[in-house]
Design a protein around this ligand. Structure first.
Ligand SMILES: [Ca+2]
Ligand SMILES: [Ca+2]
Ligand SMILES: [Ca+2]
Ligand SMILES: [Ca+2]
Length: 382
């Protein structure tokens, strides 16, 4: 690894100081029992911002790194160390779980942080959280959880920005059109899990977070602040944005849709045949035959006993009326089509309950009946 090359270079130059070098923990001692278990890493100027301590990149000396955690005996541990001439910090520990926090050196723009080889829970900006330091690492002669490196930048990166529209997608095309912007919506910006800024959309639904350094941001809409009758999330309500230096990212758009009109509710034959004024149409086609409203209602008053055509007719008329008045139909459209085909095929003669025809028809009827009773995708009208 690059860092080892650097370390070797130091050791070659300082052969007369080998004992000192070991004392500082630069070398991995061959005898595990004599090795020091430690967490270590470098703070350096990551001029090419790649998260790697490359040859030619400069160490930063005197940076404070704090270790906080709990050792294997359950004792709380807190230690600090300063980086040395070669940019390395070195904190002795016994097995346990520890987090490392860098104090950002003054006058240097913040850079990438790269975790080392022992398992950890997560990396945050200038922090490595809950590194597991295990006895097994120690026994294997691999006693150092190394290379928890804090990189800093050589020059201030060009600021970027994130925007820009929260809209009510009234025409359902997925893009913001003129007049679709929603004003007064709170938009919140987070960086590495922490809220860093918020703003409210202007009159045209636009917002902008300017002067942002590169980083892994998340932009989110506070959905509770979306009013104006267009409050149902239609597309994303939050979006991760990895912003590069100088990048202007204006595609963090969020869209909403008006709530659907309240469902009028479904009715059964008992309702539709006694409420002719509620019919939304004056005629209805069943099995390819057109009936006037009066004819259909007359049919519905017939006794259903013995002739399953009447049973199916009643259920199918009601299901069609329930759809026409605005109830959701996705769960029943196919059944209505099949029931119409059934009526076209068997509607010319009486159908007995024991017949083959009713074996085909009954499942369709049961589904229509469930829909009409508000048990499928639309509620009952009561
Ligand atoms: Ca680098
Ligand atoms: Ca830093
Ligand atoms: Ca950092
Ligand atoms: Ca639109």
């Amino acid at each position: 690894m690059k860092v080892n090359m650097k370390k070797n270079a130091v050791i070659k130059m300082c052969t007369g100081m080998a004992a000192l070098v070991v004392g500082l923990g630069l070398m991995t001692a061959p005898d595990a029992s004599a090795a020091t278990m430690a967490l270590r890493g470098y703070v350096y100027l990551d001029c090419n911002n790649n998260g790697i301590f490359d040859p030619g990149e400069q160490p930063i000396t005197g940076v404070e790194v704090t270790l906080i955690g709990v050792d294997e005996n359950g004792a709380a541990v807190q230690k600090t160390a300063l980086t040395r001439f070669d940019g390395q910090y070195f904190i002795e520990v016994i097995p346990g779980t520890y987090s490392l926090f860098e104090t950002q050196p003054a006058g240097v723009p913040d850079g990438k942080d790269t975790p080392g080889r022992c398992t950890l829970v997560r990396t945050e900006n200038d922090a490595f959280i809950e590194i597991a330091v295990l006895e097994s690492d120690y026994a294997a002669g691999n006693p150092i959880c190394g290379n928890y490196n804090f990189g800093e930048l050589c020059e201030q990166p060009q600021p970027g920005s994130i925007g820009d529209t929260v809209f009510c997608d009234a025409n359902d095309n997925g893009v913001p059109d003129a007049g679709e912007g929603i004003s007064g919506v709170r938009v919140v910006l987070s960086l590495n899990g922490a809220v860093v800024a918020w703003t409210d959309t202007g009159a045209n639904g636009q917002y902008l977070f300017p002067n942002l350094l590169p980083g892994d941001y998340v932009v989110a809409v506070d959905t509770a602040s979306v009013l104006q009758g267009c409050s149902v999330p239609k597309c994303l309500t939050s979006m991760p944005v990895t912003l590069a230096a100088g990048q202007v990212f204006l595609d963090a758009d969020f869209c909403f849709t008006p709530p659907p009109p309240p469902s009028p509710g479904t009715g059964t034959p008992g309702y539709w045949k006694t409420h002719p004024d509620a019919w939304p149409v004056n005629g209805i086609t069943i099995g390819g035959i057109v009936y006037t409203k009066d004819q259909a209602i007359q049919m519905m008053w017939q006794s259903v006993s013995g002739d399953k055509r009447v049973t199916m007719f009643n259920a199918l008329v009601c299901a069609k009326l329930n759809v026409i008045i605005g109830n959701a139909s996705s769960c029943i459209a196919e059944t209505i089509m099949l029931a119409d085909q059934w009526m076209a095929m068997y509607g010319s003669a009486s159908v007995a309950g024991s017949s083959t025809a009713w074996k085909q028809g009954e499942p369709l009827y049961l589904r229509l009946d469930a829909y009409n009773n508000g048990l499928l995708c639309a509620p009952h009208r009561d």
